[in-house]
Every structure is written in structure tokens, then in C-alpha cells.
Design a protein around this ligand. Structure first.
Ligand SMILES: Cc1cc2nc3c(=O)[nH]c(=O)nc-3n(C[C@H](O)[C@H](O)[C@H](O)COP(=O)(O)O)c2cc1C
Ligand code: SF4
Length: 516
């Protein structure tokens, strides 16, 4: 009798709500019953609100059971879940869960589906076909495809990936690097982690393609230390890929050599800024470098370096494999392709939703997110991490694309969406923006280092009702100085959340704030 395949995610969000206990309970119960199962620890599909999401392979289908607890396992076996039996936890075939199938899963298409540590499982779903196609087409054709796809950096700034790659490719040097930014420091963001835990080989493949296209033979993944499980999965995946001959010397006899090391950060937000990240990778304190020189000319150890976000690099294998035109046909205007949006904060259905650019924030929050978890009205939504603006209810119809967001003084950043209901104290959120900057500032330039502390003090006085108008003017002035005189976007964009609150939620300064 063949063993029944059971999938239990080994992904940080799923594990945090008991997936490891569920896996253990399933293995123990199967042993007790003398039933043969093959337990696969897959990644998550991104539907965090359904975790732990257990699946059983029945014929051609995978039947899902949602929000399973270890205590449910005996009952599930009794209900015949190994045959897809009825149970209150049964959510039906995964291929029929609309929340999953109505996404445009380009980058995350293997997450949840495959065994993240199996090269064979990866290969069965198109893994390394992008690298094979790249090796056959040559570096220029790869850069051409990435450029034509319109792919822009998903780490925050939205810079075109093709131009960056072209610059590194053209810069002469004895050695070049691919530095993957996996610091994922923005509030409410976890798509990098989801990808690295669910389909780490996709990132490895994307980095190898970047190396081949630009002439780099060494890659580094700068991973935040707060992701210990991701670290273990990445290390095991890299080992497996190297063992299979897709990393290392002379990959698959192609003459191209490329290898990857993982470097752990030490918990600093500003180390996600590319030049501070490079300093940290070099073993120094993470302080921002002045630009120029651009990292593409003089980056890691002074060598030409591609710095790209995890999602940027992981989007590439499919672009090369399926063609730039397919990617370019999704999205709107200069925002081509898809973005894995991350729904967090006060939201009923939290998780990652990969959609083509252009749907509205309201659709994302209401249709996909199901509104607030508290059931109260949405009051504010912070998009793009701690440096992103807070949008009011009246702005929820804004289409999710780079240009539409820039037009309202906001940014999409890494696609993190943090929802607040009508009990949020927005004056405190404004204070928090300045406080965060004061704590995380690398200290290199005065507007950010000193301005953030002065800004916090001005907000404190406004909240306390001391000389409100005078402090308002001071705060506005400080915001202008920080925006225009800071060396990097840390100080330069902290004014975004503060200004948006002054504009849309000024009433919270008039009262003492707090629950309304
Ligand atoms: C304060 C600060 C923090 C940042 N944190 C991250 C981060 O955690 N991950 C990331 O990919 N990019 C981050 N960025 C953006 C990077 O500087 C850089 O633009 C990005 O890694 C380039 O890759 P991309 O073109 O693929 O987006 C941050 C920028 C700033 C100013
Ligand atoms: S803006 Fe802040 S984080 Fe950026 S260089 Fe200046 S002090 Fe450092």
C-alpha cells in the first residue's frame, strides 16, 4: 500500500500557531493506527488566516483542512481525513479555494505547492528551467528580457531591475557580486520570508540568473536575524541545490560558476538600506554610504554589485522561462507584473495576496482581507512600511500601482498593508513615526539624527496641548528639512507618515487622542 501524502507547513506564521505540534500529532496518530503516511513539510500558500492549513493528497487532489490544532488530529483520523473525509475543519480541495486561485501567482506560484527542500519537487514545477533558458540565451538576452518585462525593484524604491543589471554588466571588474536584500524590515511585511520558506530554490535560481547576466560569480543573501526558521531552510536548500550541481563550479557543465552565502543581520532597520547593508555585509557597522558611487559601480568590497530584493530576484526565473511579454502584460502602465501584497494589522483574513498591479486598496482590504478583525470600520491604512503614508478611508479607492500612490504622496514600498480601525490614536502613530526614526537612525546626518528627536518632542507638546499652533509649524518645518536634507530615505521619508496624519487625522491632536 502506498503511503498517503500529508502536507503540514513549516513556515513561521503556521508554526507560530501550532503547525509543528500538528505535524507531530499526525505522525504519532498514524503510527499508532499502523497507517502509512508521507509527511511533507511544505511552505505556506500565504493564507495565514487558515493556518495551520493541513492538506491530504487524495488522487489528483489535495484536500485542505484549515486552522487545525493538535487536539483535532484524533478526530480528523476518526473522520477519515486521509481519504478526504468530512470534518468541520475541511476546507475542500486547495484547487477550489477562491482566495488562493483568484490570485495572479507569478512569483509565489510554487509556495505551498512544493517541498521547499527537494530539488526534485522544484524541478517538477519548472524549477531551473529559467536558469537553463538563460544559459542557452546568453547574458545580453537575459538583461533584455528583464528590461522588457518592466520589472521594478520590490524592496521599496521601484528602480527598474534591467537598468541596474545592465550597469553592473557593463562595469569592468575582476569580480562582481549579487547581494540579495532579505532584511525585510518594513512593518507588516513577510512576503520575502514566505518565498524563502516556501520556495527558497526560486530565489537561488533568480540569483544565479542575475550572476550569469551580469558576470558575477558570488552571491550573498543578507537575511534578518529575526528569521531563524528561514535561515535553517535557506541553508538546507542551498546545500541541496549545490549537491545537485545547480550551484558551485561549472553549473551543469555550462562553464558558469556561481555560489551563495547567507549573512545574518543584527536587527537594525537601516541595514535594509542598500549601502548600509553592504557595510554590514563587509563586517562593519551598518551606516549609510553617500551615493555616488552607486553600488552597481562600487558596491560590496568596492566591486560592482547588484542589490536586489528577494521578490525582485524571485520574479526573474519565470520572466526568462515564460517570456517578458507575459509579465509585461500584467499590471498597469509602468507598474508591470505582480506584487505579493501583505495584509496585516487589524484585518480579518491576513496573509499574502499576489495580484497584478491596479486593483484598489479597498478591494484588497475588503474583498481579500474581509475588513477589520475587530469588525469596526477601517480608519487608517499604512502602506509601504514605517516610512509610508497613512491613508484615510476616502483614499481607499486608490489603485495599487507605483504612479497612483506617488500622486497622492504615498508609496507602495514592499507592499505591506497595515490596517487600523476607528479606535486608532493617530497622534500617537505620528509620534511613533518620529520615535522609530530616532531609534533606527544610523546617525550619519543631522536632519535625521536630531530632527527625529525634535519632531517627537514637538508632537508630544501638541498632544499635551502646549502651544499647538507653534508646534504644528515647527513640525511642518522639521518635516521639510528632513525630507530635503537627509542623506537617505530613512530621514527623508519619515515625514510621509507624519504629514499624512496631520492632513487626514488632525483632529486627534485636538483631543488628547486615544479611543474615540
Ligand atoms: C531605511 C531603509 C530600509 C530599507 N529596507 C529594505 C529591506 O528591508 N529590504 C529591501 O529589499 N529593501 C530595503 N530598502 C531599499 C534598499 O535600499 C534598496 O532600494 C533595495 O534593496 C534594492 O533592491 P530592489 O531594486 O530589488 O528593490 C530600504 C531602504 C531604506 C532607505
Ligand atoms: S537619513 Fe538617517 S539613516 Fe539615512 S544616512 Fe542620515 S542619519 Fe543615517
Amino acid at each position: 500500500m502506498t503511503a498517503t501524502r500529508v502536507y503540514v507547513p513549516r513556515e513561521t506564521a503556521a508554526v507560530s500557531v501550532g503547525a509543528d505540534d500538528v505535524a507531530l500529532a499526525i505522525a504519532t496518530q498514524a503510527k499508532q493506527d499502523g497507517t502509512r503516511i508521507e509527511l511533507i513539510r511544505n511552505g505556506s500558500w500565504g493564507a495565514s488566516w487558515l493556518e495551520p492549513l493541513v492538506e491530504v493528497e487524495v488522487g489528483e487532489q489535495r484536500i485542505a483542512y484549515a486552522n487545525v490544532a493538535a487536539g483535532d488530529v484524533a478526530g480528523l483520523f476518526a473522520a477519515g481525513f486521509l481519504e478526504g473525509g468530512e470534518h468541520e475543519r475541511r476546507a475542500g480541495p486547495v484547487s477550489e479555494i477562491t482566495w488562493l486561485i483568484e490570485q495572479d501567482r507569478w512569483t509565489l506560484f510554487r509556495c505551498g505547492l512544493v517541498d521547499p527542500l527537494s530539488v526534485e519537487s522544484f524541478r517538477q514545477r519548472g524549477g531551473f528551467a529559467g536558469l537553463e533558458a538563460a544559459l542557452a540565451a546568453g547574458p545580453d538576452a537575459v538583461i533584455d528580457a528583464v528590461t522588457k518585462s518592466g520589472l521594478r525593484g520590490r524592496g521599496g524604491a521601484g528602480f527598474p531591475a534591467g537598468i541596474k543589471w545592465q550597469t553592473v554588466a557593463k562595469t569592468q571588474a575582476d569580480c562582481k557580486y549579487i547581494a540579495c536584500n532579505a532584511d525585510e524590515g518594513d512593518s507588516g511585511t513577510f512576503s520575502d520570508r514566505l518565498l524563502m520558506e516556501g520556495d527558497p530554490m526560486c530565489l537561488i535560481e533568480g540569483m544565479a540568473i542575475a550572476g550569469f547576466a551580469t558576470g558575477a560569480s558570488k552571491g550573498y543573501i543578507y537575511l534578518r536575524s529575526e528569521y531563524p526558521l528561514t535561515h535553517r531552510i535557506l541553508m538546507r536548500a542551498i546545500d541541496a541545490v549545490r549537491h545537485a550541481g545547480w550551484l558551485g563550479d561549472d553549473i551543469q557543465g555550462s562553464g558558469f560558476s556561481f555560489d551563495i552565502d547567507v549573512h545574518l543581520g543584527a536587527g537594525s532597520y537601516v541595514c535594509g538600506e542598500e549601502t548600509a547593508m553592504l557595510e554590514s555585509l563587509e563586517g562593519k557597522r551598518g551606516i549609510v554610504r553617500a551615493k555616488p558611487p552607486l553600488p552597481a559601480h562600487e558596491g560590496l568590497f568596492g566591486k560592482p554589485t547588484v542589490v536586489n530584493n528577494v521578490i525582485t530576484l524571485a520574479s526573474v526565473p519565470n520572466i526568462v522561462r515564460l517570456g517578458a511579454a507575459r509579465y509585461e502584460s500584467m499590471g498597469v502602465d509602468r507598474s508591470t507584473g505582480t506584487l505579493p501584497f501583505q495584509l496585516a494589522g487589524n484585518i480579518r483574513r491576513g496573509g499574502v495576496v499576489e495580484k497584478a498591479f491596479g486593483l484598489s486598496l479597498r478591494e484588497l482590504i475588503e474583498d481579500w482581507g474581509g475588513g477589520t478583525a475587530s469588525g469596526r470600520p477601517v480608519r487608517a491604512v499604512q502602506v509601504g512600511g514605517p516610512l509610508g503614508a497613512y491613508l484615510s478611508e476616502s483614499q481607499l479607492d486608490t489603485p495599487l500601482d507605483y504612479e497612483s500612490f506617488a500622486a497622492i504622496g504615498a508609496m507602495l514600498g514592499h507592499g505591506g498593508i497595515v490596517v487600523f480601525d476607528d479606535t486608532a490614536d493617530m497622534a500617537q502613530q505620528a509620534r511613533f513615526a518620529m520615535e522609530f526614526c530616532a531609534i533606527e537612525s544610523c546617525g550619519k546626518c543631522t536632519p535625521c539624527r536630531i530632527g527625529s528627536t525634535r519632531g517627537m518632542e514637538a508632537i508630544d507638546r501638541m498632544i499635551a496641548g502646549i502651544d499647538r499652533e507653534e508646534n504644528y509649524d515647527l513640525l511642518v518645518d522639521l518635516c521639510d528639512t528632513m525630507e530635503h536634507a537627509s542623506l537617505c530615505a530613512m530621514g527623508g521619508m519619515t515625514p510621509y507618515p507624519v504629514r499624512s496624519i496631520l492632513e487626514h487625522f488632525a483632529e486627534d491632536f485636538a483631543s488628547t487622542g486615544g479611543s474615540r
